[in-house]
Design a binder for this molecule. Structure first.
Ligand code: NCD
Length: 309
């Protein structure tokens, strides 16, 4: 049977997503119960682009399930430097591992890999396009902290053009009733037109604004901060001009709604001042732990080991 892959959050229906999040919840409640389900299994992490959290969190997820991890963490240390194609690499890796997570600077590279793969391929971030496992992490975080994924007003702030986490999160949340978005970015870093058109076609209420101030934050349930994606700029001067456009600090948090949770996919650069970390609404470090549970649930789902646990 052909393996199932994860390229975009929409590859799972809403029901399947909820089931996966339920599984992640029960893993979080009793991780030991799951600690041998993947005994003898291996995950390959093929990272052609730098990462700390995502790669380690996939490896930790597999190890928590009793499995092992192998892979590479930059294209310099893989046969890509010799000119090997992604298609050939995945054919080889399919003989070594049971499941694979791939990050690549080129949009669509994990999709190409999935076509040639004998094992499930997970898109762990492709260029400025999609990042579905960060979305599962974000959804699990939001559902755990707010108790629901519907009827939420979500502010997304920063680099909405190149921020793949934002594109994936918008597409996934847009399937829930009562969702509205406030898109906060400099003019040059607004969401790509395909994301905007998609929201319009689904009649999702959204506003695009430049300033992160009291009025913008009023009524937000979630503020999702993002880093300006330095590596995707063609021109250093543009990056320098934009990099400190937003800084969420204690003064801003003072005028923010008392229940507004702050999320960030990390790494954080300057966009959230360190002084905000101790605010009870700062949820970005808790989000990292949810990411491990979400990836554990994903591995079990794609390997079809989720039944009867
Ligand atoms: C994000 C990514 O790689 O897109 N990081 C992550 O996976 N946790 C966000 C970012 O790099 O800014």
């Amino acid at each position: 049977m052909a393996p199932r892959h994860l390229m975009s959050p929409l590859d799972f229906t809403v029901d399947e997503t909820e089931k996966l999040l339920d599984l992640a919840d029960s893993i979080g409640r009793d991780p030991l119960k799951y600690s041998h389900i993947c005994d003898g299994k291996k995950i390959a992490t093929l990272f052609y682009e730098p990462s700390t959290r995502t790669r380690l969190s996939f490896e930790a997820a597999m190890m928590n399930l009793g499995g092992k991890a192998l892979g590479f963490h930059s294209s310099d240390s893989s046969s890509a430097t010799k000119g090997e194609s992604v298609a050939d690499t995945i054919r080889i890796v399919s003989c070594y591992a049971d499941i694979c997570a791939m990050r690549h600077p080129k949009e669509g590279a994990p999709l190409v890999a999935s076509i040639y793969s004998g094992i499930p391929v997970i898109n762990a971030g492709d260029g400025g396009h999609q990042h579905p496992t960060q979305t599962l992490t974000d959804m699990l975080t939001i559902r755990s902290l707010k108790g629901r994924l519907d009827h939420l007003r979500i502010g997304l702030c920063g680099d909405l053009k190149f921020g793949r986490t934002v594109h994936s999160l918008i597409s996934s949340l847009s399937r829930y009733p009562g969702i509205s978005f406030v898109l906060i970015s400099p003019e040059e870093l607004r969401v790509p037109s395909y994301v905007r058109e998609d929201m319009k076609s689904k009649n999702i209420p959204f506003e695009e604004v430049v300033r992160l101030d009291k009025d913008t934050m009023a009524d937000l349930d979630i503020l999702y901060m993002t880093r300006v994606q330095k590596e995707r700029f063609f021109n250093e001067a543009d990056y320098v001009r934009m990099k400190d456009f937003y800084i969420l600090d204690r003064d801003k948090m003072e005028v923010a709604p008392p229940e507004m949770m702050v999320l960030h996919p990390l790494p954080r650069v300057n966009e959230i001042a360190v002084e905000v970390d101790s605010d009870p609404r700062a949820a970005y470090f808790r989000q990292v732990q949810y990411g491990v549970y979400a990836r554990m649930a994903l591995i079990l789902t794609l390997l079809e080991l989720d039944k009867g646990v």
